[in-house]
Design a protein around this ligand. Structure first.
Ligand code: MG
Length: 159
């Protein structure tokens, strides 16, 4: 059995009056993430982890923000596309673990829905995806509520 791990990270600026979508969940909050797509940092980190594990480059190369096809794109579809490509290469996804770094809002009530959304997008079961959230204790731009970041690691395997 061949194993590969991948890591992904993403950060987007928060801007007042925009919708906040994390892990495909629309969360009530006075500010949302600025991005060419829907700005879903959690799914972007997962996508980058999958691309990294399989040597497929990075999310900027795969879905360029100069390409109008990805304007306001639903990141669940982008994750689905990459997961299919990973599977076409002969890999299975063992698990994805992730962290969201956000000062506000408190995300605990939505974490299970995010894992479930990511799982259906990636074509795996909910138990294979874990989403955790933490604050930055008021430190730096994330701590000051100027941005939200996410990181993810994935393990893929091939027989
Ligand atoms: Mg992004």
């Amino acid at each position: 059995m061949k194993f590969r791990v991948g890591s992904g990270f993403d950060i987007h600026r928060l801007e007042a009056g925009r919708p906040l979508r994390l892990g495909g969940v629309d969360i009530p909050h006075p500010a949302g993430l600025v991005g060419h797509s829907d700005g879903d940092v959690l799914l972007h980190a997962m996508i980058d982890a999958l691309l990294g594990a399989t040597g497929l480059g990075n999310i900027g190369q795969r879905f360029p923000d100069t390409d109008s096809r990805y304007k306001n794109a639903d990141s669940r579809e982008l994750l689905g596309e990459v997961a299919r490509q990973v599977r076409d290469m002969g890999f299975g996804i063992a698990n994805i673990d992730s962290n969201i770094l956000a000062e506000q809002p408190r995300l605990l009530p939505w974490l299970a829905a995010m894992a479930s959304n990511a799982a259906s997008a990636a074509g795996v079961s909910s138990e294979q995806i874990t989403v955790k959230a933490k604050t930055m204790e008021g430190l730096g731009p994330i701590g000051k509520g100027e941005a939200i970041a996410a990181e993810a690691v994935v393990l893929v395997y091939a027989p």
